[in-house]
Design a protein around this ligand. Structure first.
Ligand SMILES: Cc1cc2nc3c(=O)[nH]c(=O)nc-3n(C[C@H](O)[C@H](O)[C@H](O)COP(=O)(O)OP(=O)(O)OC[C@H]3O[C@@H](n4cnc5c(N)ncnc54)[C@H](O)[C@@H]3O)c2cc1C
Length: 392
């Protein structure tokens, strides 16, 4: 029998495509996830609680806004490194990766890309260190896949804006110090703004009863005549393009992250299948179990190559929204399928929290829905092919 490679498969030597810096980043995040996340995550997921004590540690290992320049307290890495970080975090749990995705792509990115220098200097270093936590309010009770229909409004009152409306399904909502909120002005133009915790008329109730992403905070953002001083509006963006550019960055990270969840399931199933004896042999010796493992490795390998190339394109500033969409859709579905199939390799043991598959599987049901549903991403590809937007 040949050498068994656990701890994340690399069948096509994708490692050789990464720089020394990428490998150092990956090793550091992998070591942290194995040490700080894996031993506690099942317990937090059971209690439906986010492990808040990890946030400052995440800041200190540089997972927040890693592609933003060092001047703002960030790591100044490339987008491939960002992807690798998301992959390694999601080997631990999609909830941990979600927290980092939101903080990086949906809060720090818009402040960096659409904010002025004063806003950048005020928030980015503290978001990078984990001293501040952020959330992103786009989805509303009546507008999910169709955010352009949003009902949240800002009214110009001369020296300030007045914000009214509600956002729903917001990651980090109850623990966030600042929220990036998207609302329409009186002319119907979407504007982005920073809303701070504690402002009068602003509340963030938690959403309970989730069977998915249990180790992640989800809640609402409710605005009742909230006064937003004008210097809190992001000056350099108007329209739906703003939130969509943020989602592009987050979806790119999710495409990588899903590979991490799939790797973790594959590793656990491979290990178990070699140890579990039935009919006098390891179950790994049965063709049907080998089929599941072989197909999982094939799909992980294809996804690794897809994201590696996507990383190159993003680093060159060439990755299109449609390319990112395809990778997010493909890789999340791949990971969800692998979670289900590898769960079966473990038989009854697979349904317990002693192994990660059920947790990943449940988490990925959210990941396949948020940041654009599986269906909507297919329609984005359809639009790209035909020029006809079938979702309108
Ligand atoms: C755990 C979690 C965390 C989240 N975090 C955030 C966050 O931090 N910030 C934020 O703003 N949002 C967040 N979301 C919201 C998420 O982005 C939305 O749930 C998602 O966009 C889908 O919207 P919806 O749930 O309203 O579904 P709907 O839009 O109502 O869609 C329902 C179904 O209809 C299908 N559908 C919709 N339109 C079409 C169409 N044109 N053609 C074909 N089928 C269609 C969809 O594919 C889906 O299957 C989060 C969601 C979850 C579950």
């Amino acid at each position: 029998m040949g050498e068994i490679k656990y701890n994340a498969p690399d069948h096509y030597l994708v490692d050789e495509l990464f720089s020394e810096e990428h490998k150092i980043v990956r090793a550091a995040i992998r070591e942290w996830v194995d040490r700080a996340v894996k031993p506690v995550i099942e317990d937090y997921a059971n209690r439906a609680e986010f492990p808040k004590h990890l946030i400052k540690e995440m800041g200190s290992i540089g997972v927040f806004g890693p592609y933003i320049p060092e001047k703002y307290g960030c790591a100044g890495l490339d987008h491939t490194a960002y992807g690798i970080i998301m992959q390694e975090l999601e080997r631990g749990d999609s909830g941990i990766r979600s927290m980092a995705s939101v903080q990086s792509s949906l809060v720090m990115y818009p402040i960096y890309a659409f904010g002025n220098e004063e806003q950048r200097m005020k928030y980015l270093p503290r978001l990078a260190s984990g001293e501040l936590i952020g959330c992103f309010g786009l989805t509303e009770p009546n507008h999910g896949s169709n955010p352009g229909g949003m009902e949240t409004r800002v009214k110009d009152m001369g020296d300030h804006y007045l914000l009214n409306g509600a956002k729903m399904w917001i990651t980090n909502s109850t623990i966030a110090d600042i929220s990036i909120v998207w609302a329409k002005d009186e002319e119907g133009i979407i504007r982005g703004m920073i809303v701070e915790k504690g402002w009068k008329g602003f509340s963030a109730p938690e959403t309970h009863g989730k069977w998915s992403l249990r180790a992640s905070v989800t809640g609402e953002l409710v605005f009742d005549d909230v006064i937003v001083p004008k210097e809190f509006v992001l000056p350099n963006i108007q329209g739906l393009k703003g939130p969509m550019m943020c989602l592009n960055s987050a979806r790119y990270g999710i495409a990588w992250g899903a590979i991490g969840a799939a790797m973790d399931c594959y590793d656990a199933a491979l290990r178990y299948s070699l140890e579990r004896i039935q009919f006098g042999k390891p179950i790994a010796s049965f063709q049907l179990q080998q089929k599941k493992l072989a197909e999982a490795l094939t799909e992980i390998t294809k996804s690794q190559l897809l994201t590696w190339r996507l990383g190159q394109l993003r680093d060159q500033g060439k990755a299109t929204a449609a390319q990112i969409s395809m990778a997010k859709r493909n890789n999340v579905f791949m990971a969800l399928t692998i979670a289900r199939e590898t769960r079966q390799i473990l038989g009854a043991m697979g349904i317990t929290g002693d192994f990660p598959m059920m947790r990943h599987m449940m988490n990925l049901e959210s990941v396949i829905t948020y940041e654009g549903t599986h269906d909507v991403h297919l329609l984005i590809t359809g639009h790209e092919i035909t020029g006809i937007p079938a979702f309108k």
